[in-house]
Design a protein around this ligand. Structure first.
Ligand code: NAD
Ligand code: TYD
Length: 353
């Protein structure tokens, strides 16, 4: 048996490959376009591992995806591939429409053709799992209950709108064509191998190089942070036991304001590698112009995946953050690889001088 995953040279996907191969050993075909966010260095440990077959390509390439499906005959397809950064979506939404909407559509069509032709036993065992985000639900006020699976979709950014559209396509391919789909909507992830355009790795690396730690607006926006390995375990659980056609919200029961997240990082860094001048990393915190359309609060009601599938996060924010900071400190080569070249151009464009 084999599974086909997409976008697994990225942050969550590379963690998923690692967890999958260490826990079950079933071969994995990894289709990734290697955009700026895709990084083969995140999969270095599997270079010589015959169970990991890496293919460079686009989920929107019908011919390529159909060929991979008929060649490897996967029992499941897991779609991680996406353009994933809200700030990039604000500056250039077109790639988000192309990959997240059109790409998901093309992938669904290729998978539908493959699935339709499978013998009955394989057809009924097959699953298409779509990895999505809590951002599709929009923004909460402090008094609102957390997002449950039946929360109405109210996306506010080009990123979340494109993910919302992809979720709708996945749902429709189940309702209309019977494709056996599962969708997961997860809160903000953090952990090893995250590209440093996202808040947590950006702050860790800026702190270490003596740069400002940029806080958008008043820094009181709230996110529900989940350690990436907990997310990957949840995806494996949903693939194994999720009910066809259902969606599962995944979260860390860990709502925090951005400013508190950044202060925690500063404290952990201070313990693991004190600033050479003895001062606090928090002195580098700098408030900058807010993100347009910035969602105020996300929070996840993860009771369904807990009660139906028995999943719970294993890491607290403190344990997950210590592991994350320690990982960035002990992987200077990976950091050097992703922060050279084009990354510098992005930082200059987004944050100015
Ligand atoms: P990422 O940006 O780190 O990685 C995305 C990967 O997809 C990259 O390897 C990239 O090369 C690949 N890719 C992009 N376009 C492609 C295309 N057209 N064809 C094939 N591959 C393509 O993203 P991530 O943070 O690992 O997120 C993975 C998935 O999880 C996304 O669907 C995202 O929406 C979702 N998600 C992310 C978070 C989070 O906090 N990071 C939270 C919830 C859900
Ligand atoms: P991010 O990691 O981009 O995830 P998302 O926008 O998908 O939630 O940002 C997390 C939060 O941190 C979000 O409220 C925006 C904020 N943020 C900053 O304050 N400064 C930054 O430099 C970045 C990248 C994000």
């Amino acid at each position: 048996m084999t599974i086909l995953v997409t976008g697994c040279a990225g942050f969550i996907g590379s963690n998923f490959v690692r967890q999958w191969l260490s826990s079950c050993g079933e071969p994995i075909v990894n289709l990734d376009k290697l955009t700026y966010a895709g990084n083969l260095a995140s999969l270095d440990d599997f270079k010589a591992d015959a169970r990991h077959i890496f293919v460079t390509g686009d989920i929107g390439d019908h011919v390529l995806v159909s060929r991979l499906l008929s060649e490897f005959k996967p029992r499941a397809v897991l779609n991680f591939a996406a353009e994933s950064h809200v700030d990039r979506a604000i500056l250039g939404p077109e790639d988000f429409v192309q990959t997240n909407i059109v790409g998901t559509f093309k992938l669904l069509e290729a998978v539908r053709g493959y699935w339709n032709a499978l013998p009955e036993a394989e057809r009924s065992a097959f699953r298409f799992l779509h990895v999505s985000t809590d951002e599709v639900y929009g923004s909460l006020t402090p008094a609102d209950p957390p997002f449950a699976e039946d929360n109405r979709y109210e996306p506010n950014s080009p990123y979340s709108a494109s993910k919302a559209a992809s979720d709708h396509l996945v749902r429709a391919w189940h309702q209309t064509y019977g494709l056996p789909v599962l969708t997961t909507n997860c809160s903000n992830n953090y952990g090893p191998y995250q590209f440093p355009e996202k808040l947590i790795p950006l702050v860790i690396l800026n702190a270490l190089s003596g740069k400002p730690l940029p806080i958008y607006g008043d820094g009181l926006q709230v996110r529900d942070w989940l350690f990436v390995e907990d997310h990957c375990r949840a995806i494996m659980r949903v693939l194994d036991a999720g009910k066809i056609g259902e969606t599962y919200n995944i979260g860390g029961h860990n709502e925090m304001a951005n400013i508190d997240v950044v202060r925690t990082i500063c404290a952990v860094l201070g313990e693991l590698r004190a600033r050479p001048d003895g001062k606090a990393y928090a002195d580098q915190i700098t408030y900058v112009k807010d993100r347009p359309g910035h969602d105020r609060r996300y929070a996840i009601d993860a009771r369904k995946i807990g009660s139906d599938l028995g999943w719970r996060p294993l890491e607290t924010f403190e344990t997950g953050m210590s592991k994350t900071v320690a990982w960035y400190l002990s992987h200077p080569d990976w950091v050097e690889g992703v922060t050279s070249g084009a990354y510098r151009g992005w930082v200059a464009k987004q944050y100015g001088a």
